[in-house]
Design a protein around this ligand. Structure first.
Ligand code: MG
Length: 241
Protein backbone atom coordinates (compact mmCIF):
# COMPACT_ATOMS: atom_id res chain seq x y z
CA UNK A 1 0.00 0.00 0.00
CA UNK A 2 1.31 3.47 -0.83
CA UNK A 3 1.52 6.29 1.71
CA UNK A 4 -1.34 8.04 -0.08
CA UNK A 5 -3.57 4.97 0.03
CA UNK A 6 -2.95 4.35 3.70
CA UNK A 7 -3.73 7.99 4.59
CA UNK A 8 -6.92 7.84 2.49
CA UNK A 9 -7.96 4.60 4.24
CA UNK A 10 -7.22 6.07 7.66
CA UNK A 11 -9.25 9.21 6.93
CA UNK A 12 -12.19 7.14 5.69
CA UNK A 13 -12.02 4.78 8.68
CA UNK A 14 -11.87 7.59 11.27
CA UNK A 15 -14.07 10.12 9.46
CA UNK A 16 -11.22 12.63 9.37
CA UNK A 17 -11.79 15.42 6.82
CA UNK A 18 -8.38 17.09 6.69
CA UNK A 19 -4.95 15.57 7.13
CA UNK A 20 -2.85 17.43 9.64
CA UNK A 21 0.01 16.03 11.73
CA UNK A 22 0.41 18.12 14.89
CA UNK A 23 2.11 15.58 17.14
CA UNK A 24 4.16 12.40 16.98
CA UNK A 25 3.86 9.91 19.84
CA UNK A 26 7.12 8.01 19.86
CA UNK A 27 7.81 4.68 21.53
CA UNK A 28 11.20 4.23 23.23
CA UNK A 29 12.47 0.64 23.25
CA UNK A 30 13.27 -0.46 19.71
CA UNK A 31 12.37 3.00 18.31
CA UNK A 32 14.59 5.55 20.09
CA UNK A 33 16.98 3.14 21.76
CA UNK A 34 18.29 -0.16 20.51
CA UNK A 35 17.44 -1.87 23.78
CA UNK A 36 15.34 -4.87 22.86
CA UNK A 37 18.15 -7.42 22.57
CA UNK A 38 19.35 -6.58 26.09
CA UNK A 39 15.80 -6.47 27.49
CA UNK A 40 15.05 -9.95 26.17
CA UNK A 41 18.35 -11.32 27.52
CA UNK A 42 17.66 -9.79 30.95
CA UNK A 43 14.10 -11.18 31.01
CA UNK A 44 15.35 -14.62 30.02
CA UNK A 45 17.92 -14.61 32.84
CA UNK A 46 15.33 -13.56 35.44
CA UNK A 47 12.95 -16.32 34.36
CA UNK A 48 15.64 -19.00 34.20
CA UNK A 49 16.89 -18.10 37.70
CA UNK A 50 13.34 -18.57 38.97
CA UNK A 51 12.73 -21.82 37.11
CA UNK A 52 10.20 -20.36 34.71
CA UNK A 53 10.33 -21.78 31.20
CA UNK A 54 10.31 -19.30 28.34
CA UNK A 55 11.88 -18.53 25.02
CA UNK A 56 13.92 -15.41 24.36
CA UNK A 57 11.86 -14.21 21.45
CA UNK A 58 8.54 -14.32 23.33
CA UNK A 59 9.55 -11.14 25.13
CA UNK A 60 9.39 -9.25 21.83
CA UNK A 61 5.69 -10.04 21.85
CA UNK A 62 5.14 -8.61 25.35
CA UNK A 63 6.96 -5.40 24.49
CA UNK A 64 4.80 -2.43 25.44
CA UNK A 65 3.30 -4.00 28.55
CA UNK A 66 4.65 -2.42 31.73
CA UNK A 67 7.52 -4.29 33.38
CA UNK A 68 5.46 -5.33 36.38
CA UNK A 69 2.70 -6.64 34.10
CA UNK A 70 5.22 -8.87 32.32
CA UNK A 71 6.58 -10.21 35.63
CA UNK A 72 3.09 -11.02 36.91
CA UNK A 73 2.07 -12.71 33.65
CA UNK A 74 5.14 -14.96 33.46
CA UNK A 75 5.12 -15.97 37.14
CA UNK A 76 1.43 -16.85 36.90
CA UNK A 77 1.71 -18.80 33.65
CA UNK A 78 5.07 -20.42 34.37
CA UNK A 79 4.91 -21.09 38.11
CA UNK A 80 1.26 -20.65 39.06
CA UNK A 81 2.30 -17.81 41.39
CA UNK A 82 0.14 -14.73 41.80
CA UNK A 83 2.50 -11.93 42.78
CA UNK A 84 1.63 -8.83 44.76
CA UNK A 85 2.53 -5.44 43.29
CA UNK A 86 5.49 -5.18 45.66
CA UNK A 87 6.80 -8.63 44.72
CA UNK A 88 6.42 -7.86 41.01
CA UNK A 89 8.28 -4.58 41.46
CA UNK A 90 11.11 -6.38 43.29
CA UNK A 91 11.54 -8.96 40.50
CA UNK A 92 11.39 -6.15 37.92
CA UNK A 93 14.18 -4.42 39.84
CA UNK A 94 16.32 -7.56 39.52
CA UNK A 95 15.60 -7.66 35.79
CA UNK A 96 16.67 -4.01 35.60
CA UNK A 97 20.01 -4.90 37.21
CA UNK A 98 20.61 -7.74 34.73
CA UNK A 99 19.81 -5.27 31.94
CA UNK A 100 22.40 -2.79 33.27
CA UNK A 101 25.08 -5.50 33.37
CA UNK A 102 24.74 -5.86 29.60
CA UNK A 103 26.04 -2.34 28.95
CA UNK A 104 24.63 0.85 27.54
CA UNK A 105 22.33 0.47 24.53
CA UNK A 106 22.86 2.69 21.50
CA UNK A 107 20.36 4.68 19.46
CA UNK A 108 18.32 3.04 16.72
CA UNK A 109 20.02 3.98 13.42
CA UNK A 110 18.05 6.65 11.56
CA UNK A 111 16.07 7.94 14.55
CA UNK A 112 17.93 11.27 14.70
CA UNK A 113 16.79 12.08 11.15
CA UNK A 114 13.17 11.17 12.03
CA UNK A 115 13.29 13.44 15.10
CA UNK A 116 14.84 16.41 13.28
CA UNK A 117 12.33 16.14 10.42
CA UNK A 118 9.50 16.27 12.99
CA UNK A 119 11.08 19.20 14.82
CA UNK A 120 11.66 21.19 11.61
CA UNK A 121 8.00 20.66 10.65
CA UNK A 122 6.85 21.96 14.07
CA UNK A 123 5.41 18.60 15.02
CA UNK A 124 5.32 18.00 18.81
CA UNK A 125 7.43 15.04 19.87
CA UNK A 126 6.09 13.06 22.82
CA UNK A 127 7.65 9.83 24.08
CA UNK A 128 5.10 7.16 25.06
CA UNK A 129 6.73 4.12 26.67
CA UNK A 130 5.67 1.27 28.94
CA UNK A 131 9.09 1.34 30.54
CA UNK A 132 9.42 2.03 34.26
CA UNK A 133 13.17 1.39 34.23
CA UNK A 134 15.14 4.39 35.52
CA UNK A 135 18.23 3.47 33.46
CA UNK A 136 16.21 3.56 30.22
CA UNK A 137 14.37 6.78 31.06
CA UNK A 138 17.63 8.49 32.08
CA UNK A 139 19.21 7.32 28.87
CA UNK A 140 16.51 9.15 26.86
CA UNK A 141 17.52 12.36 28.68
CA UNK A 142 21.17 11.83 27.87
CA UNK A 143 20.87 10.65 24.26
CA UNK A 144 17.98 12.90 23.22
CA UNK A 145 18.25 16.21 25.09
CA UNK A 146 15.69 17.74 22.69
CA UNK A 147 12.97 15.37 23.95
CA UNK A 148 11.69 17.03 27.11
CA UNK A 149 10.93 14.90 30.14
CA UNK A 150 7.71 16.88 30.61
CA UNK A 151 6.60 15.68 27.17
CA UNK A 152 6.60 12.03 28.13
CA UNK A 153 4.23 9.24 29.18
CA UNK A 154 5.96 6.32 30.95
CA UNK A 155 4.92 3.12 32.68
CA UNK A 156 4.70 5.18 35.88
CA UNK A 157 1.89 7.33 34.46
CA UNK A 158 -0.61 4.65 33.43
CA UNK A 159 -2.85 2.05 35.05
CA UNK A 160 -2.78 -0.15 31.96
CA UNK A 161 0.19 -0.81 29.70
CA UNK A 162 -0.07 -1.37 25.95
CA UNK A 163 -2.08 -2.98 24.22
CA UNK A 164 -4.55 -0.91 26.28
CA UNK A 165 -4.97 2.49 24.57
CA UNK A 166 -4.38 4.40 27.83
CA UNK A 167 -0.69 5.25 27.21
CA UNK A 168 -1.43 6.78 23.81
CA UNK A 169 -4.64 8.47 24.98
CA UNK A 170 -2.50 10.13 27.67
CA UNK A 171 -0.03 11.13 24.94
CA UNK A 172 -2.85 12.59 22.84
CA UNK A 173 -4.04 14.56 25.89
CA UNK A 174 -0.52 15.86 26.45
CA UNK A 175 -0.38 16.97 22.81
CA UNK A 176 -3.68 18.83 23.26
CA UNK A 177 -4.91 17.95 19.77
CA UNK A 178 -7.34 15.30 18.49
CA UNK A 179 -6.02 11.73 18.07
CA UNK A 180 -6.55 12.14 14.32
CA UNK A 181 -3.74 14.74 14.34
CA UNK A 182 -1.29 12.39 16.06
CA UNK A 183 0.94 9.86 14.38
CA UNK A 184 2.49 7.03 16.39
CA UNK A 185 5.88 5.45 15.75
CA UNK A 186 6.06 1.91 17.16
CA UNK A 187 7.97 -1.35 16.70
CA UNK A 188 5.91 -3.84 18.72
CA UNK A 189 2.58 -5.54 17.96
CA UNK A 190 1.06 -4.62 21.36
CA UNK A 191 2.17 -1.02 20.89
CA UNK A 192 0.61 -0.91 17.43
CA UNK A 193 -2.64 -2.34 18.83
CA UNK A 194 -2.70 0.32 21.55
CA UNK A 195 -2.02 3.15 19.10
CA UNK A 196 -4.66 1.93 16.66
CA UNK A 197 -7.21 1.61 19.50
CA UNK A 198 -6.40 5.19 20.56
CA UNK A 199 -7.36 6.34 17.05
CA UNK A 200 -3.93 7.50 15.90
CA UNK A 201 -2.36 6.98 12.46
CA UNK A 202 0.07 4.19 13.31
CA UNK A 203 3.47 3.74 11.73
CA UNK A 204 5.40 0.57 12.54
CA UNK A 205 9.08 -0.06 11.94
CA UNK A 206 10.51 -3.57 12.01
CA UNK A 207 13.57 -3.12 14.22
CA UNK A 208 13.48 -6.65 15.68
CA UNK A 209 12.39 -10.18 14.77
CA UNK A 210 8.67 -9.35 14.56
CA UNK A 211 7.50 -9.51 10.92
CA UNK A 212 5.90 -6.70 8.94
CA UNK A 213 2.89 -8.96 8.51
CA UNK A 214 2.40 -9.26 12.29
CA UNK A 215 2.57 -5.48 12.63
CA UNK A 216 0.03 -4.97 9.85
CA UNK A 217 -2.22 -7.55 11.47
CA UNK A 218 -1.95 -5.63 14.77
CA UNK A 219 -3.36 -2.56 13.00
CA UNK A 220 -0.40 -0.61 11.58
CA UNK A 221 -1.37 1.86 8.84
CA UNK A 222 2.15 1.77 7.39
CA UNK A 223 5.13 -0.52 8.01
CA UNK A 224 8.76 0.34 7.20
CA UNK A 225 11.68 -2.12 7.14
CA UNK A 226 13.94 0.24 9.14
CA UNK A 227 14.11 3.73 10.62
CA UNK A 228 16.01 5.19 7.65
CA UNK A 229 13.20 4.14 5.33
CA UNK A 230 10.74 5.95 7.61
CA UNK A 231 13.00 9.04 7.69
CA UNK A 232 12.98 9.07 3.86
CA UNK A 233 9.18 8.81 3.72
CA UNK A 234 8.36 11.15 6.59
CA UNK A 235 8.13 14.43 4.61
CA UNK A 236 5.50 12.84 2.36
CA UNK A 237 3.58 11.49 5.36
CA UNK A 238 3.60 14.89 7.08
CA UNK A 239 2.36 16.64 3.96
CA UNK A 240 -0.16 13.92 3.21
CA UNK A 241 0.54 14.32 -0.46
MG1 MG B 1 9.07 -0.60 21.46
Amino acid sequence: MTIQESITNYKRFTGTATWRVAAALIDCDGVLLDTMKNHTRAWLKLMQKNGIKCSRDEFYLYEGMTGTEIVKKKFKEGAGKVLTDDEARAYYGVKGRYFLELGEPGKVAGIDRVLSTLRDADVQRIVVTGSQQASVLNRIDREFPGLLSTERVTGHDVHHGKPHPEPFLKGVAKAGVPASQCIVIENAPLGVQAAHAAGCFTIAVTTGPVSAKALTRAGADLVFPNMDALADALPEILKGK
